[in-house]
Structures are given as C-alpha cells and as structure tokens.
Write a protein that binds this ligand. Structure first.
Ligand code: G4P
Length: 540
C-alpha cells in the first residue's frame, strides 16, 4: 500500500499534536474488569479525582462513561463513549465498547475507529468467548493488541499456563512485560522485565487512590521477606525460564500484529495500571491512516477527512439532541469548517463539534487526526459517511454484518403511532438494527435483523424512554439471511419485481434496507439445498 501523494503536509505544530495522540479501546469478556480499568486510567489521566466503588453493579451505579438508564440497571455499557484526557506528553482518546454477552454492530464499528486495543483477561478464567470474538475483529482490522491480565489479587490460573493459552488460541507471540509475584492473598507485586526490578504491591482501601509503589531488586531482602519461600523460588525460576520461552518485546512485531505485550495486575487494587498505561502509551501507535481506493491516506495530509462510525440520539434527555461520532483520519478540524459528505455530495458546515465526557460537554474549536468529533445537532449523516475537504477521498470502513436474529418490533399504542414511526426512523439511522421487507408480506412495518437479540432490547428500551412508546416483539421464523446475485441479470426486470429463485418451504424472498434481494431461511441446513436448486445465482 502506498501513501497518498500530498501537495503539502500539516504545519509542524499539528504534526506534533497528531504524533502524541493514542486512540484505543479496552475490550473484554463481561466482568473481566474493563470498566474498572477504564476508571483507573481516567484516575491517572486526572479526568476523575477519585476512583473506587463507582463500578459497583450491585449498587446500580455507573462510571463516567455510562449514559443510559438501561446500562445502569443492567450494569452493562450499551452505548459506546469517547473520553479524552492528557497523560504526560500524550493525548489519550479512549473509546468505550459495549461489554455485554451479546454482540452488536456498534462494537465492531467502534473498533474501526481505534488504532490499538487493550484486552482485559480475568486471570482466574483466561480467554473467554467474548474475548475471542473481539480479538477476531481486531485481528481482521490489523489493530495491535495489548493484554492486561487482571484480578491477580484473586486466585489465578498459573501465569505460564495463561500465556501459553494466549499464544495457542490467539496465535500471537506473547511478550510478558512484567511477571506476577504470586496470586490471590499471596500476590505481592510484579517483576518488571524491561527494567529488571520489582514493584511491590501495597493494598489501599478499595484501590481508591493512586497506588503507592515501592521498587526493589528481585534479590533484595525486602522482596524475599514479602514473599513466602515457595512462591519466591517458583517466581525466580519462572522469570529465568521466560527468557528462553518468549521472544523479547519487539515493537515492530507488535504493530504488525504478530506479538502481544502482556501485563499482569489488579485494576480494582490499582496495581500495575500506571505501569501498563505508561508502557502502552510509549508502544502503541500514533494515529494510523485509512485506506481510500487501495491507497493509505496519511494522517498528516492537510486535507481534512474522517468517517462517521456512530450516531446516537437523545444521549442527554435534558438536551434531546443527536451526536454523530466522526473519527478524524487526516488533517485538522477547525470549528465552522465546511466539508463535503461524500455520500450525498452536500456541503456541510461543522459548527457544533463537542468534546463529550459522560454528561459533560464543551465546544471543540480544534481537533486533529486520531481525535473523535462528536457533532451535535441536526446533521443528516449516516454511519459510514466520509466527511472531507478532499473530493477524492472516500473511506469504506463500515462493514455490514450478517444478522443472526430477526424480529418485528410492533407498536402497542395506536395513539403513539407518530412517535413510534419517528423513533424507529431515528434508531434505524443510528444503525441499531437492519430493516428487511419480506416479499408479499402484509406486515406494514419492516422486519428487523440484528447480530444479537440485545439489540432489540436496546431498541425497545430506547423507544420507551426516548419516544414514550411501548412495543412488543414478534419473532419471525428466520435465522439465516443469504444475499445473492443473478449470474446473468435480467435487464428487463424492474427493481421492485423479484428475481426468479427456486425456493422450498422454510425460506422466503425479502429485500434489505438498500433494496437488495435476499433469501431468508429458517435453518442453516437449508442453505446448501437452496444453493443447489439455484445454480443461476451466486450466493455471498
Ligand atoms: P466489565 O466492565 O469487564 O464487565 O467488568 P467490571 O470492571 O465491571 O468488573 C467486574 C467485577 O470484577 C466487579 O465486581 C469488579 O469490582 C471486579 N474487579 C475488577 N477488577 C478486579 C480486580 O483487579 N480484582 C478483583 N478482586 N476484582 C476486580 P462486582 O462484584 O461486579 O462489582 P463491585 O460491587 O465489586 O463493584
């Protein structure tokens, strides 16, 4: 891939700003500690003053990155948020991803906007289902992965076994940056393999303040005394063995997605977090460009460009507004600048970009490649749109995912039909679900498709809280959608007329929201049967 030729680059001050940015997400299986780690990073970034029990799900409280009631009630983070803070010389853009069991397209979209990911693993459990799914998305997108093995203060699986599992399952070379000294009640700290020194763990009340750190050599009496003899012996042996078992940390390999730096610690106790943050910021890449027609657009190109990866309405009930989230790929954003939406060809003035922090917001005057803009107001953008001052740039960053669940979300209250319609229209714009029309169906509302059923729950909860409409769910029998093309397109056929497809019972023809014809099937076992009967079609 080549770098797009540029007539000029951004001014030196902007180039420096871009270079110091780190845009990343924290990903994990639910309960591994993503929220707790996020909170501790914010603590170090000075973005919040006191971290502690605010992640308590039992008390139904939420971190600064939660917005919706549903998130608080269920203790899950449904919508993704963006948090920006400075740490030392770096400007950190931390994108929050939903961490629930169900997988939504939202998660994938957020990962299109980051340049690196921190994957939190529960030391007692190792790799879990959701970790793997998220990892696959990151790998497909070439996003470098940093691993934080959390909850070392609890009984953990043997660390050698954990890194072996990471290597076998993820097929990335492990590069432990530090090594734990014991686990559970006998956890005493970590050995920093880069610096060759021990960071001793001192417990603080609920990990509420920045953890005090005492540093020593592995041979020091202080370290020997802190640890039981058997643990000390086992750990010193492991540390020696590691040099033979693992390759040294190599940043080139990390950025190429071949190696993963691994850190051990305890987010709740605030241990190992600051070291991990500092090492991560040093190693993680500065904002990467994105591909435009086979060529990489450099972040330092002076033409502004970016893409919409998320839209969310009614984030703040007091404001009743809509935010369009844009990842800036290149150049500088300046307040009131004019860009073109490449989908519509329309010129749009970006007069209201905001920096959001939970419920707080401030107007943004300037932002750089790597930053996330939250455009608040009546912008008519859709997910995937490219906004740019360069007529040649169009990004194709938003994959369309194949739904695995289908439902009709029907209005229960005839008096609220207008609110139902406008709510559905808005939420479809946000990409909460995909819409399908079954051919020949008398159903007035479209059938919806989603990657996981939680998307329908989110839709219903938002229709109720934001549009005051009660709905019910009806489940159609379909579980598989297949797109197809006619090998020899019938040019005489009108777009609204269905193509000739030989179907059997258990499948129907339908159109997706872009008007493409699809086959819906009630079982994946029917797919090959339908393919065999339709050799004049190519299925994707
Ligand atoms: P998530 O966002 O990945 O879903 O996980 P979250 O941070 O909410 O953490 C899940 C649970 O694990 C929380 O307990 C949290 O306190 C706990 N936890 C996180 N990091 C550590 C750690 O380093 N050590 C230990 N021992 N526990 C940790 P909870 O019972 O669900 O909530 P709470 O009432 O304890 O706050």
């Amino acid at each position: 891939m080549t770098t797009l030729a540029t007539t000029s680059t951004v001014p030196a001050v902007a180039a420096r700003e871009i270079l110091r940015r780190r845009t990343f997400a924290i990903i994990s299986h639910p309960d591994a500690g993503k929220t707790t780690l996020t909170e501790k990073l914010l603590l170090y970034g000075g973005a919040i003053g006191l971290a502690g029990s605010v992640t308590s799900k039992k008390e139904k409280q939420s971190t600064s990155s939660d917005w919706m009631d549903m998130e608080k009630e269920r203790g899950i983070s449904v919508s993704s948020t963006v948090l920006q803070f400075d740490y030392k010389d770096y400007c950190v853009n931390l994108l929050d991803t939903p961490g629930h069991h169900d997988f939504s397209e939202d998660t994938y979209r957020v990962l299109s906007a980051v340049d690196a990911a921190i994957m939190v693993i529960d030391a007692g459990k190792g790799i879990q289902a959701q970790t793997l799914k998220l990892f696959d998305v990151c790998r497909k997108r070439g996003v470098p992965i940093f691993v934080f093995i959390n909850k070392m203060d609890r009984p953990s699986r043997p660390p050698l076994e954990l890194i072996d599992e990471l290597e076998t399952v993820l097929k990335l070379a492990p590069a432990p940056v530090n090594w734990p000294l014991g686990d559970g009640p006998r956890f005493r700290g970590v050995f920093d393999r880069q610096k060759g020194q021990v960071n001793l763990f001192e417990k603080t009340a609920h990990g509420a303040f920045k953890a005090p750190l005492s540093v020593a050599g592995i041979e020091d009496d202080q370290v020997r005394e802190a640890m039981d003899d058997d643990i000390y012996e086992a750990v010193t042996q492991e540390i020696e063995m590691l040099d033979g078992l693992t390759e040294p940390l190599d940043i080139e390999q990390v950025l190429a997605g071949e190696q993963m730096p691994i850190y051990f610690g305890s987010a709740m106790n605030n241990f190992g977090v600051q070291n991990m943050l500092e090492s991560f910021l040093e190693l993680a890449p500065a904002p990467a460009g994105r591909v435009n027609g086979g060529e990489m657009v450099s972040p330092n190109t002076d033409n502004f460009s970016g893409f919409v990866f998320k839209i969310q309405a009614n984030m703040n009930p007091r404001h009743r507004d809509r935010a369009v989230f844009v990842r800036i790929v290149s150049g500088i954003f300046e307040r009131d600048m004019q860009v073109v939406d490449q989908r519509t060809g329309k010129k749009v003035r970006l007069s209201n970009a905001q920096k959001l922090f939970g419920q707080d917001r401030e107007t943004l005057d300037i932002a750089y490649a790597g930053d996330i803009l939250a455009l608040v107001g009546n912008y008519d953008f859709l997910i995937g749109d490219t906004l740019t001052t360069d007529s040649k740039v169009v990004y194709n960053e938003m994959p369309r995912f194949t739904p695995e669940c289908f439902a009709y979300i029907l209005n229960n209250d005839t008096a609220g039909i207008k609110r139902y319609r406008s709510g559905m229209a808005q939420l479809m714009k946000e990409g909460v679900a995909q819409a399908y029309r079954v051919h020949g169906s008398s159903q007035a509302v479209p059938m919806l498709g989603a990657v996981g059923p939680l998307q329908f729950e989110v839709l219903q909860a938002r229709l109720l809280s934001e549009y005051k409409v009660e709905t019910r769910v009806e489940s159609p029998p379909w579980s598989v959608v297949q797109w197809f093309k006619e090998n020899e397109p019938d040019t005489a056929r009108k777009a609204q007329d269905p193509p000739k497809v030989n179907l059997t019972s258990g499948c129907v023809l339908a159109q997706d929201q872009d008007g493409n014809w699809v086959v819906l099937l009630n079982s994946k076992y029917l797919v090959s049967f339908v393919k065999d009967r339709n050799e004049h079609l190519t299925f994707r």
